[in-house]
Design a protein around this ligand. Sequence first.
Ligand code: SF4
Length: 360
Amino acid sequence: MSFEFNVRISYTGFVSQTKFSRIRNRLISWYLKNRRDLPWRRTRDPYAILIAETMLQQTQVQTVLPYYRRFLHAFPTVEALDRASKEKVLALWSGLGYYRRAENLKRAARIMTRGHGGKIAREFDALRALPGIGPYTAGALMSIAFNRPYPALDGNARRVLTRLFGAKGEKELHTIASRLVACARPGQWNQALMELGATICVAQDPRCPLCPLRRFCAAWGSRRSLRKKPFVTKPSVEKVQWPLVVIQKKQKVLLRRRPAAALLGGLWEVPGGERKKGESLTAALTRHLNGLGDIVNDSHLVGEVRHSITHRRIRAPVFLAFQPGKEIHPGPGWRWVPLSSLRRYPLSSLSLKAIKLVQR
Ligand code: SF4
């Protein structure tokens, strides 16, 4: 006699273990045939997986690829990352954005070197205790690197499960995810789920006719508003104007370093800052430039770059000024940097865009 263990789900009613296993088998087979060939999928090294998962937070796969290779080449182990200077780590992160991730990785490397013998912890709670590791990253590591049945719910996985089961709310989503991952290949299952969300069950206009789970899908079955993103409450967007001035002298550019205690502390940037309401662009620039107002007067507008950080949409008018005569030195934390050496400096993404604009 066999028993089926059913799970109560609000939209679909009870879901049987048989249905869970059909969904699982079908999706894993699809994944094995259709997955993108990505370097972090060719390794079981928990450190490499941690680097990939951290970089992939809020960043597209194509953007991450070169950074992942360079970072692992420079810091192939937890100890190597721990030994590296913060400046070098940030320099290799430069352009990837959300620099807090790099800082957290560095702090986690210190803890792992001192407390775990340079190894990635193999327990969920120990992983969660490390800086920057939330439930998603811990679940991804536990399942992908250590083959343990922990859910890894990123935005893609959440969207697929919500549509597939009509799940309502966090608790239900976790019940479903925990049931589904309880199998012999939890890492493959989690990756398959995320891959389906990234390539087929996308937020806008999901490609349902190509979906291997179509016949199990509550949303497809009822053709419920598939164009809507589930569980997404749009944060209010703040629009900001942030004038910058690229000050050049021959083949050098004047940069300043953000104070260590400030947000994105330690990063280098093109001088400038947020414009206040009612202020002109040049008045805002002058205010942010520590007495370099004369340079602002001699600058000219070359264009605009845009950047988004979480809920802030930044428009940055970019001015260009050439410094005549001797190099000025506005104070500690400022430096003339040869354009050919920029790669060695951890530059904010906005500054990189501004420099690229003027070089064009
Ligand atoms: S059928 Fe459509 S909505 Fe349902 S899981 Fe597949 S792609 Fe997503």
